[in-house]
Design a protein around this ligand. Structure first.
Ligand code: SF4
Length: 497
């Protein structure tokens, strides 16, 4: 075994996903792009969850807050004899290094590992994560009795202060960890061999580039693919991987007679002819079903692992912004209203009050991907029963502009196999989200929480000018979602002429 390379838990998990990624982690970390604003927000959420999990074990010592790595290793071995809970305890032995979120003394000379995760489900990579920890601690002479996963209980409802005992659910994963320990030394050996090479190993791209995590090297590894590449094939990653392995790089090169479904056949036809597919009859049916005045409507929501308000569950969607564009006739002058919450208080009732004033009593309410808006409205009706009748009445008026695209009544190769508004808008109208400060829903929620002081664990508020800049970007982003829908509808109407 090459002893010069120390394998940490995160490197081991990278190596399980892909040896090429592992090689870069070890040999050229500077070539791996830094995580963006949204990824850092998700990381910060995990840190916050970790802080609450520590409250499950009062009297524990937090080693993560002591000096550097070397000092932490020394301090961990000193504190093990005190037999008290340890947070971020670390160990290193024989070329591997790991930390445990929480170590709890068990029996006279053993320890339990508690791995804290901010998700609500058990995932296989969590078991690999803990099996690596157990392997390291065992190797360092710290006997592990049991392994647990403490993740978020999605049934918890916040009442006043967070109750960590109810926020987390603990699952015994000792048996599963034991299963994934089998073969761990061989896997580590294979990773070390890959890392010792002069250049990165040749690894084919495939599903593993996005599972279990989107690999940060994806742009680099996937850059050689043609514009409308085979992985844009609608709804079947397996079929795409099979075709890719047979040497098909582009959708237009799918061989005749290959088993494709209805939508994939349309994709192939559009790619081969370089023309959009337009089902005029279905598009006209959709357009004629609309009742004027039209309200183009979009919510922005955030959801946090730690509920921010009383009565809220982990990851419950909290709407904080909406945009409405109105239209009295297809070629009429659009009107516009919007709402963006101020401050860190629960924004929902104020949002509802405004929405009720701005949505009239008749006319279609056009959204893009109705299950989202309908789901948020349903949750609002449950929380604010005084509004439930009105919410039911507006829900019944919702029309989904996604449908003509999701059903492939209109399809254009430049959508790249997607019917999302982010792909449809540029494909059919030439407008795009490119270059916008905030260009997707995840970023919108992360930025909103940032200006409310809920982005990172130190909860510092950004300066006033920064807040104004972010609010401006949020308004522009949500406004393009609804203004863009007008352009999409007009373009569709034109195609159906
Ligand atoms: S993009 Fe795919 S092939 Fe490239 S390093 Fe990442 S996982 Fe490996």
């Amino acid at each position: 075994m090459n002893r010069r390379i120390i394998i940490s838990k995160s490197k081991y998990l990278a190596g399980l996903q892909c040896l090429k990624y592992f090689w870069y982690r070890v040999n050229a970390p500077e070539e791996i792009p830094e995580p963006g604003f949204t990824a850092r927000f998700i990381f910060n959420q995990g840190m916050l969850v970790g802080e609450y999990a520590k409250k499950l074990y009062p009297g524990g010592t937090d080693l993560g807050k002591i000096g550097d790595l070397k000092e932490q290793l020394v301090k961990t071995s000193e504190l093990l004899s005190e037999r008290k809970p340890l947070f971020e305890a670390s160990c290193s032995s024989g070329g591997v290094y790991s930390r445990a979120d929480i170590l709890v003394p068990a029996e006279t000379d053993r320890w339990d590992i508690i791995e804290v995760k901010s998700s609500t489900r058990l995932k296989e990579d969590y078991i690999h994560d803990v099996s690596f920890q157990k392997y390291c601690f065992d190797k360092a002479g710290v006997k592990i009795r049991k392994c647990y996963l403490a993740n978020i209980n999605n049934q918890y409802i916040r009442k006043g202060d967070i109750n960590p005992g109810e926020l987390f659910k603990k699952t015994d994963i000792t048996a599963e960890v034991g299963e994934l320990l089998v073969g761990i030394e061989d896997r580590i050996e294979e990773m070390l061999e890959a890392a010792a090479r002069k250049s990165s190993p040749e690894i084919f791209i495939g599903k593993h580039c996005s599972e279990p995590y989107i690999c940060p090297l994806k742009d680099k590894c996937w850059g050689f693919l043609p514009d409308n590449h085979i992985f844009n094939l609608y709804g079947s990653k397996n079929k795409a991987a099979e075709l890719y392995n047979e040497g098909v790089l582009s959708i237009k090169d799918i061989p005749d007679g290959y088993n494709l479904n209805f939508k994939q056949k349309i994709q192939l036809e559009c790619a081969k002819t370089d023309k959009p597919k337009i089902d005029k009859g279905e598009i006209l049916k959709f357009i004629n079903s609309l009742e004027y005045p039209l309200y183009f409507f979009d919510f922005e929501t955030f959801s946090t692992a730690i509920p921010l308000y009383t009565g809220v569950k982990p990851y419950q969607r909290i709407p904080f912004q909406y945009s409405i564009h109105t239209l009295d006739a297809i070629d009429g002058q659009p009107g516009h209203y919007d709402f963006l919450a101020e401050g860190a208080e629960d924004p929902r009732e104020e949002l509802l009050l405004n929405l009720k004033k701005q949505i009239g009593e008749t006319g279609s309410i056009i959204v893009y991907y109705e299950s989202f808006e309908k789901g948020v409205l349903k949750e609002l009706a449950e929380t604010f029963p005084d509004y439930s009748q009105w919410i039911d009445s507006i829900t019944a008026r919702i029309v989904d502009l996604y449908k003509p695209f999701g059903n492939f009544h209109y399809h254009n190769s430049s959508q790249k196999g997607s019917a999302s508004v982010k792909k449809v808008l540029p494909a059919i109208t030439g407008l795009s989200y490119e270059g916008m400060e905030i260009a997707d829903g995840m970023a919108a929620s992360a930025y909103f929480l940032y200006i409310c002081g809920n982005y990172d664990t130190n909860e510092s508020l950004p300066a006033k000018e920064e807040v104004e800049k972010v609010r401006d970007s949020l308004i522009k982003y949500c406004g393009l979602d609804t203004g863009g829908m007008i352009n999409i509808l007009r373009a569709l109407a034109k195609e159906a002429e």
